[in-house]
Structure formats: C-alpha cells, structure tokens
Design a protein around this ligand. Structure first.
Ligand code: SF4
Length: 116
C-alpha cells in the first residue's frame, strides 16, 4: 500500500509517498532530505505532535506553554484537557516546568515565555 503525506518539518512541504507493508515502511520517496523520510516513518508507525497552548494562572493571566517533546497523537486530547484543568502561580520563567509527565506521556509541559 502507498500512503501519501506532506512533510511538515520545513516550509517546503514535500509530498511524500511511503510504501507500507504489514505496518512497516518499506520505502519513502518525494523527500528532499532525510528528515522527510524520518517524518514519514514516524507518522505511519507512531505519529507524534508538539502541543502548543496556554495555561491559566491563578491571577487570570494566560501563560503560553508547550510540550517539551512531542507526544503521541492519541494522547493530545488528554494532554490538552490536563493543561486546561491546571492553573499555575505567577511569576513563571520561560522554560519552567508547569506540569510534569502530562497525561502519563513522560513529557513535561514548559512555559514558552516568562510571565510576572
Ligand atoms: S523532506 Fe526535507 S526539505 Fe522536504 S519538507 Fe521535509 S524537511 Fe523540508
């Protein structure tokens, strides 16, 4: 089976074709660099995403946050839900961990900006 994807690793957005057999990626074409091949394999075998959103502080000011590393696509809803149910105390420094091991993913949520 051939699966068609668009690489999202850089603005070129190469159109990729991945040959898949028995849940294994046999070959990837259309990529202009190795990142495209790695993206196609990851997207087909175990898709992940970086989640970027805001978390509310107890003083009502939203703090921009993201997952420190990408999380499994199937865990995104749980990740966002936990962030929305949590509030943080200001001040927060950029890079500070605001939630550890979000949704049991092994990934932390970190602030992407300092907020006083
Ligand atoms: S394959 Fe390489 S050049 Fe093409 S979009 Fe992906 S990262 Fe960019």
């Amino acid at each position: 089976m051939i699966k068609e994807l668009t690489c999202i690793c850089c603005p070129m957005g190469c159109s990729l074709k991945a040959e898949v057999e028995n849940d294994e990626v046999i070959s990837v074409s259309g990529n202009n660099c190795i990142r495209g091949e790695n993206y196609a394999k990851s997207e087909i075998i175990a898709p992940v995403r970086t989640v970027t959103t805001t978390i509310m502080s107890d003083s009502g000011i939203p703090v921009p946050v993201k997952t420190k590393d990408p999380v499994a696509k199937g865990k995104i809803f749980e990740t966002v839900s936990q962030i929305k149910e949590t509030s943080v105390h200001l001040p927060i420094k950029m890079g500070e961990i605001v939630i550890k091991n979000v949704a049991d993913t092994g990934v932390d949520i970190v602030a992407t900006r300092s907020v006083k």
